[in-house]
Write a protein that binds this ligand. Structure first.
Ligand code: SF4
Ligand code: SF4
Length: 443
């Protein structure tokens, strides 16, 4: 592999733009057979990647081909949903100019963008329990990450972010903005909230986190902000304490196994059985010799089990807690089975997104158009968090009072640690630089 290729991606501080923000230079330091682009965007209401694929197909496919040659991969597959007609048209036209790059369309089901589900749907290989796509010869990159890799190869560091503003706002939109801009400014640019008690979900409606601070700022992994009323059932469900959920589960869980039957990881053949762990939490027994709390490590927290459950219980919350406690006790995932085949009913149990949005109470926003629009207002200040990606937080390498220009490096990962540096996203003067944030003010 060409070292310059990886170094350019590292220097530009590219991280996964859609999930945990794993540094891309580490991910691409591999020898896969397949490169898979995750353009599925399976969380409803987010409209970033589908628009990028439609608008920037030539640049994206060119970069994909460069990655394919540098990693010596045999094939590259750009996966999107079959309903993204514009993206399909643009991508399909481009891939015909290259060797062994194809576009794969997938049904409108959740969680089609879960990395392990995506790998199976795209190349029919099952990632082992607790494994990563590379275990079956694949590396997965997100569409926006691919765009950032293209920029990195032109020596442009990551300073901007694409983000959809949807839900209870006057004009749902998708913007390209400097990293560090506040959610409040984005909501105002989308015409303002249409509810008097707005609360945000930072991310998709399912896996995103509730954010009550409207002044929190955009980081490298932000993808959407969903504005809802504080009384919206989705907000209430997300914030319900695990203790009250488990109290209800003691009497309400009827062990029907519906949570297990919808679970995308169980459907891939992994031994994850949320119904057993709910039984364990309720009765201190799984009633099965081979079931253990450590199965929680196999959960990707997609939250589908909550919507499969007729009692609206939340096995995912229990798994989240179990993972935390087991890790604190120094216990690691002991499950590494390699399933030979997926569940025989998998194909018939894909969970339709249309059904899910009705259950989530967000059907009225589902068909909103959130077009990519220019952010018009002048940005006077950005607040750059020192924790923007997976790995160690960054440390400022500038001090208050210094002047910076867009693209100047202002914070670096500690020597030898995993992480990604941070660059100035506007021209201006540093008004604060500490271990938590760097603030740049224009002028
Ligand atoms: S679906 Fe709900 S009620 Fe049924 S086993 Fe799972 S948690 Fe219990
Ligand atoms: S959140 Fe629920 S449905 Fe999703 S992987 Fe975990 S147990 Fe399965």
């Amino acid at each position: 592999m060409d070292e310059t290729f990886i170094n350019k991606i590292k220097s530009a501080a590219v991280v996964g733009a859609g999930g945990a923000g794993f540094p891309t230079s580490f991910k691409l330091n591999a020898k896969p057979e397949y490169i898979i682009v995750n353009g599925v965007e399976c969380e409803p209401l987010i409209q970033v990647d589908q628009q990028l694929a439609a608008l920037y197909a030539p640049a994206l496919i060119k970069t994909l081909d460069i990655i394919k040659s540098n990693l010596n991969a045999k094939y590259a597959v750009f996966a999107i949903k079959e309903k993204y007609h514009k993206a399909f048209e643009s991508l399909n036209k481009e891939v015909s100019k290259y060797q062994n790059i194809t576009v794969k369309t997938l049904p409108n089901a959740y969680p089609m963008g879960d990395e392990q589900t995506l790998v199976y749907e795209t190349i029919a290989r099952i990632v082992p329990e607790g494994g990563i796509p590379l275990n079956v010869g694949a590396v997965v990159v997100n569409t926006e990450t691919l765009l950032n890799i293209g920029n990195a190869l032109d020596d442009k560091p990551v300073t901007e972010k694409y983000i959809t503003v949807n839900g209870d706002v006057k004009n749902p939109k998708t913007f390209k903005v400097p990293i560090g801009i506040s959610f409040r400014e984005l909501i105002e640019e989308a015409g303002g909230a249409t509810v008097s008690d707005p609360v945000l979900i930072d991310g998709g409606p399912l896996m995103g986190k509730v954010q009550r601070n409207l002044d929190a700022s955009v980081i490298k992994t932000s993808k959407a902000i969903i504005v809802l009323s504080a009384n919206h059932p989705l907000i209430i469900a997300k914030e319900r304490p695990i203790s009250s959920m488990l109290k209800i589960a003691k009497t309400a869980c009827c062990h029907c196994m519906l949570c297990t039957e919808v679970c995308p990881r169980m459907m891939l053949g992994h031994k994850l059985r949320p119904d057993k762990l709910m039984r364990l939490a309720s009765y201190n027994s799984t009633c099965e010799k081979d079931a253990a709390a450590t199965e929680a490590f196999l959960c990707c927290e997609c939250r589908l089990c909550e919507y499969g459950c007729i009692m609206q219980l939340q096995p995912w919350k229990l798994h989240q807690e179990l993972k935390k406690r087991l890790s604190q006790a120094g216990i690691k995932n002991p499950h590494h089975n390699v399933p030979e085949k997926v569940n025989q009913f998998r194909e018939f149990r894909r969970y339709p997104t249309e059904k899910l949005v009705r259950q989530l109470g967000i059907a009225k926003y589902y068909h909103n158009d959130a077009p990519l629009s220019e952010y018009k207002k002048e940005i006077s200040k950005v607040v750059l968090s020192m924790r923007q990606s997976f790995g160690a937080p960054c440390e400022p390498i500038i001090a208050a009072g210094e002047k910076v220009k867009i693209g100047d490096k202002i914070a670096a990962v500690p020597n030898g640690a995993l992480g990604a540096d941070i660059y100035a996203s506007i021209d201006g003067t540093i008004s604060k630089a500490d271990k938590n944030v760097i603030i740049i003010e224009r002028g």
